[in-house]
Design a protein around this ligand. Structure first.
Ligand code: ARG
Length: 565
């Protein structure tokens, strides 16, 4: 039921369209004011009347013919306030959620529109570390939100599989690598020799030259160099796939940096043709002084391309291949300047779609015991974080419910869910200090708290058994606590829309916490499985609807719903 629209229909004001009036109606600021409010200040000038008078006159005329769905209309200090007939509203809301089921919250707003989302975008032969958690889960959540709203979505893992580090890795592998060891230990063995290379390079500079030669060989498609490159890539991918699976994250494309190797020349030619390229110290750059930015490096003095060159080629490729309406880059804020430069260059080249590329930046995560650094090798692997979260969950679950079946798989769902939740609960731009105790607190604002609430709903629904034929007593879901839950249920579709608008999965996460807290409050104050069959019928329906919306939200975030815990 679209109340704003229904309310706008009741109001006729000279010179204001129904759509405009509807857009001014907001949820009431306080329960005491009812459910919706229309501030009358902005009509005052045009109607040459005080806001107070406008509100009172409207209140009087609507009260004279009060429609069924309203209980009262009143005027307070220039606001026109509407109170719904809560029993009726609760009935309508529960019917809507339960009839739509898993489709509740879906919309057609994205029909015919394509959104590309670049997320996770890890680097080959480097650790998949906790710093990638944000891009991976924020990106995946944005992907699912857009899908739910009907967009055609393209999830892209822009693999960092190109660069001088591969030359270094080949040298390191030839010196100290052993194939079996790497096959057995995977990525870590690769990272080990890479770290060793950096140490030894300091005292033997010849290694650096050798690495450069091998890198050139990769570019020239030398068979041995390519074979090793693919071996490194496969080793990395095998391992990260496992982590993606645990996180429930998927991609439609793995076209990474090396994919654009042969797609940069046309961009360079176009830059030249448009007189955008300047040579400075032998390097080719796009001068951005006028826009208050350092130059965007296109070619090094030795002719090698750069990260930005590949991102330019990527932008054109995506536009030509997917004809996106929007292309999101979910990348840490450390790369703010990089994306500003790349987007600016596309603009200077005269391509309007620069407006549709959006850097969705996010903050840093550090562990309680301090930061981390790449080359020294003291990186925190994301898979280790997931393992540890699982292990700690298992201990908690065993203590709380010693007889539980499937403790292992529940612990996996809870541990991984807690980690995902931690990266999605705050505004994405905020830096975050990661703590196992905090994320696994079953009573806090955490993943486990949500999962626990879901399991509670589930066990109530199971105990209730098959739905009774008794008509629900809607007055039992119109009281203060129950109605707070009903209201939240009706807000879900709007929460998804605004999360999409702001590229903020945290809106969904916060909303789920609000819903779970509201439901738990209701649960502690009211008997769901009441003796009275009509009361029970209404409250079980409320519980079912909460269960359904929680599950839907979990699917958006990538958190597993556990039926019993
Ligand atoms: N691989 C890069 C990194 O780890 C992120 C790539 C982001 N995507 C892009 N199109 N530049 O820093």
């Amino acid at each position: 039921m679209d109340y704003k629209k229904q309310l706008a229909k009741l109001i006729a004001l000279d010179g204001f369209s129904q759509g405009e009036i509807e857009s001014y109606i907001t949820p009431a600021a306080e329960v005491a004011f009812g459910d919706f409010s229309l501030p009358c200040f902005r009509f005052s000038k045009a109607l040459k009347k005080a806001p107070n008078a406008i509100a009172s006159e409207l209140a009087a005329s609507i009260s004279a013919k009060l429609p069924d769905f309203l209980k009262a209309v009143g005027a307070v200090g220039g606001y026109l306030n509407f109170t719904l007939d809560r029993e009726r509203a609760a009935g309508v809301a529960l019917d809507e959620v339960l009839t739509k089921g898993a489709a509740y919250g879906e919309s057609g707003e994205g029909k015919g529109k394509t959104v590309c989302i670049d997320y996770s975008s890890i680097n080959i032969a480097k650790p998949f570390h906790i710093g990638h958690l944000g891009t991976t889960v924020i990106g995946a959540a944005l992907y699912r939100i857009h899908k739910k709203l009907g967009y055609n979505t393209v999830g892209i893992n822009h693999l960092g599989d190109f660069g001088t580090q591969f030359g270094k890795l080949i040298v390191a592998y030839k010196l100290w690598g052993d194939k079996r060891g790497i096959e057995a230990d995977g990525l870590r063995a690769l990272v080990d020799i890479y770290v060793r290379f950096h140490k030894e390079e300091e005292t033997s500079p010849a290694l650096t030259d050798e690495a450069r030669e091998w890198f050139l060989k990769i570019e020239k498609k030398d068979p041995e160099a390519l074979e090793l490159f693919h071996f490194f890539k496969d080793t990395t991918m095998k391992e990260v796939e496992k982590t993606y699976e645990r996180l429930g994250v998927t991609f439609d494309s793995y076209a990474g940096e090396s994919f654009y190797n042969d797609k940069m020349q046309p961009v360079i030619d176009e830059l030249k043709a448009k007189n955008l390229l300047t040579v400075s110290d032998g390097a080719s750059i796009v001068d951005l002084t006028e826009y208050g930015m350092p130059p965007c490096l296109i070619l090094r003095s030795d002719g090698a391309s750069l990260y930005a060159t590949r991102d330019l080629a990527t932008a054109f490729y995506r536009k030509n291949t997917y004809n996106f309406d929007k292309c999101l880059y979910v990348v840490a804020y450390q790369q703010n300047l990089h994306f500003k430069q790349v987007f600016k260059v596309v603009e200077l080249m005269g391509h309007d779609f620069y407006k549709d590329m959006i850097h969705v930046a996010y903050g840093m995560v550090s562990l309680e015991d301090g930061a981390m650094s790449t080359r020294k090798g003291n990186m925190v692997y994301l898979s280790d974080v997931l393992d540890k979260a699982k292990e700690k969950s298992l201990a908690i679950i065993r203590e709380k419910s010693p007889d539980i079946k499937d403790a292992e798989s529940i612990a996996e769902a809870v541990g991984v869910g807690a980690v995902i939740f931690s990266a999605l609960v705050n505004n994405r731009i905020k830096d975050n200090v990661f703590s196992y105790d905090k994320i696994l607190n079953f009573d806090g604002e955490t993943g486990p708290y949500l999962q626990y609430t879901y399991a509670r709903c589930n066990s109530i629904v199971e105990k209730a058994g098959i739905e009774s034929k008794t008509a629900p007593d809607l007055s039992s879901v119109a009281g203060e606590e129950a109605y707070a839950v009903v209201k939240l249920l009706t807000e879900y579709p709007e929460v998804l829309r605004s999360a999409k608008e702001a590229y903020e999965p945290s809106f969904v996460t916060r909303y789920l916490i609000d819903l779970a807290q509201a439901y738990n409050k209701f649960y502690f104050e009211n008997r769901v499985l009441d003796e009275n069959a009509s009361v029970r019928a209404a409250r079980v329906r409320l519980t079912k609807a909460v269960k359904l919306v929680l599950k839907s939200g979990f699917e958006i975030l990538g958190i597993q719903a556990v039926e019993h815990m």
